[in-house]
Ligand binder design. Sequence first.
Ligand code: H2B
Length: 96
Amino acid sequence: MSNFTVISDADLNAWLEEHQAWSLANDEVFIHLEFENFVEAFGFISRVAILAEKQNHHPRLENVYNKVKLFLSTHDAGNKITTKDLELAEAIERLK
Ligand code: H2B
């Protein structure tokens, strides 16, 4: 049995209203972050990695020097956005 629920468009739009740092593209919620330098950016990625392991839910991520992009969707749901993605996004918010 899966421990997630696919988010409806209405609920997703309401969530995005309340979490302005996040956006939607191609069935992923994403955030773009900028740090002082590569070490700060990679430190943040490491903290996200620990969180992802704890939640057993993992972002797609991109890094170029001081920039980090995180993209969330649920592979096990056919790459849809689920409660697991919004839980991870909110936990990432608390890391910032
Ligand atoms: N991360 C994401 N983003 N989506 C998933 O469906 C997913 C995951 N599934 N991390 C987990 C791991 C699954 O593959 C393991 C077996 O629980």
